[in-house]
Structure formats: structure tokens, C-alpha cells
Design a protein around this ligand. Structure first.
Ligand code: PLP
Length: 289
């Protein structure tokens, strides 16, 4: 998005996460900001995560918000994946500090289970949006009212994307969504527990917000590259046999299987069967090697 806005790579810093927690370390961010200032760059905006797509890691938002306040920087929280988990108690506790952001993105097509696309941007001070996007075209003068949506974003003509979100909340009620989100969190914990009990498997990142990553590392296995390939084959085989689609990703340089338990229709039995199936595939593939 920063590139769309015209910033080039010299103006964008990708801050390294703490390898033990996958969270942005506040002191590291402070040091990066200091280094930029020394080099003549003014850090004006910091983007933190309310649940990363890869591992569900949540940045320490209260501390990051305090740093931004101290430095006069805009805090944007990327909550595309995680922010709406704030609806359930566990999510709210995990996302403490998100309310301090200047802006937050959130995708109802994730934890609110909506059809694509229904992304939202919340901004603390709507005047900021109006000052960026307001257009005063003569041909719009008859359509103008007190609240003109086209003043708050880049689109003039737009579809009614919010209708489906509003209808879902009206029909199912917020409680149903709270329960469904809590169910997704619980399924990830169950996945982690099942994987942890299987010999030869390692949980790479624990259950966080409905995401858990793991990999098969049988005793005596060769190199990291061979294990990467072995795990890629397990995922591909699982998909080709039509059983489940375990995504693969890379965590700290290693290939891992990634389970995202966000679908509210999935049950603990589905999870148990999938993990069992992965275990069987792993043994079969090892025999074939
Ligand atoms: C953390 C995070 N940020 C940004 C995005 C991009 O959002 P979208 O796909 O709605 O453009 C995603 C997922 O797609 C995400 O999980």
C-alpha cells in the first residue's frame, strides 16, 4: 500500500520481529526510528499487526502506541486478519491497545465470515479522510448531503459492500459471531495439542488467533532443505488426495504446514481426522523415500 502511495524502498522500513515471539520489539522500533532520524528521515507512521497472516502473532500494541505518541507518529494497526476477533473475550484481551491506533484495517471477510470483499478502514478522526479525499465537483452539488461517503475514500461510485455485513449481524446477531470466533481459537488450540502429541512432529508456532504452524521432523532426518521438501510433499499429497488443504508457509526460514481454523463449520472431529491423516501421510512418504 505504501508503494501505491508513492513511497519508495528508501522510505519504507520492514522492522524485524523478535524471533522468539514473532512480535515487533518496541526497543528495536525505537532504535530504528533513532537511526532514521540520524540519517535525515522522519519516521511519521508505524504499522503494527493485530494478528499476522502467517502465524497470528500480535504486536505489543500498548507499548507501540506509547512509542508513537512519544514520537508524534501515526499508528496504523493492520487488523485485516485479526482485528475483528476483538468481538470475543479472548480476542479482546489479546488485542488490548488496538483502540489507541490512529487507524485500523479489518476484514469482515475473515473473522466475520463474509463473502469477498468487505474490507474496512477505521480512522480515529474522520476529518483526516475528508482532507485527503474530498472532491467538490460541480456535478455533485445536488447529491451532496451532511455525510457524503465519497469524501472518505478514493471511490466515488461504489457498491453497497456493507449490506452483507449488516444483514449478517442483524440476522445472526453479534453473539453468534462471538461464539464462532471463540470456536476458531479453540480449534487452533486443539490442533496444537494434537500435533504436540504426535511423535516426530514439532509445533513451530503455537495456536494464536486460529493459526498454528507445525512440521514433521522425523528422528535422524537429513538437512533443513530435505525436511522442507518432505513437508511440502505431505501438504501436496494431502491436497491431491482430496482430504484437506493444509497450506504451507515459511517461518524463520523453515517450511511449515499452516492450519487456519477460521471456518465456523469445522469441528474438533475434522481437526482430529486431518491431523491423523497428515501423520499417516508423513509415515507413508518416509517409507517411499
Ligand atoms: C494481516 C493482513 N493484512 C492485509 C491483508 C490483505 O487484505 P485484503 O486481502 O483484504 O486486501 C491480509 C489478508 O489478506 C492480512 O491477513
Amino acid at each position: 500500500m505504501l508503494r501505491h502511495l508513492g513511497f519508495d524502498s528508501r522510505q519504507i522500513r520492514v522492522a524485524p520481529a523478535d524471533p522468539a515471539t514473532d512480535r515487533l520489539p518496541v526497543e528495536g522500533l525505537r532504535a530504528l526510528m533513532d537511526a532514521d532520524l540520524r540519517d535525515g528521515y522522519i519516521p511519521f507512521c508505524l504499522v503494527a499487526n493485530a494478528g499476522t497472516t502467517n502465524t497470528g502473532a500480535m504486536d505489543p500494541l500498548p507499548e507501540i502506541a506509547a512509542l508513537c505518541k512519544e514520537r508524534g507518529a501515526w499508528l496504523h494497526v493492520d487488523g485485516a486478519y485479526g482485528a475483528l476477533a476483538v468481538m470475543c473475550d479472548e480476542g479482546r484481551a489479546a488485542l488490548r491497545g488496538m483502540e489507541l491506533a490512529d487507524s485500523i484495517t479489518m476484514d469482515p471477510h475473515k473473522w466475520l465470515f463474509q463473502p469477498y470483499a468487505s474490507s474496512c478502514l477505521l480512522v480515529r478522526d474522520p476529518k483526516t479522510l475528508a482532507s485527503a479525499f474530498r472532491i467538490a465537483a460541480d456535478y455533485l452539488q445536488d447529491a451532496e448531503g451532511d455525510w457524503n461517503l465519497w469524501d472518505y475514500g478514493p471511490e466515488l461510485t461504489r457498491p453497497f459492500r456493507a449490506l452483507k455485513v449488516w444483514l449478517s449481524l442483524e440476522i445472526f446477531g453479534a453473539a453468534a459471531f462471538r461464539e464462532a470466533i471463540a470456536h476458531g481459537f479453540e480449534l487452533a488450540r486443539r490442533t496444537e495439542a494434537k500435533v504436540a502429541r504426535m511423535a516426530g512432529w514439532r509445533v513451530v508456532t503455537p495456536a494464536r488467533m486460529g493459526i498454528v504452524t507445525f512440521r514433521h521432523e522425523p528422528a535422524g532426518a537429513a538437512t533443513t532443505a530435505a525436511l522442507d521438501e518432505h513437508n511440502t510433499t505431505i501438504a501436496a499429497e494431502c491436497l491431491w488426495r482430496g482430504f484437506a488443504f493444509p497450506a504451507t508457509t515459511r517461518v524463520r526460514g523453515q517450511l511449515a504446514l499452516r492450519m487456519c481454523t477460521i471456518n465456523p463449520r469445522r469441528t474438533e472431529a475434522d481437526i482430529a481426522a486431518t491431523v491423523r491423516h497428515l501423520g499417516q501421510l508423513a509415515s507413508e512418504i518416509l517409507v517411499g523415500i
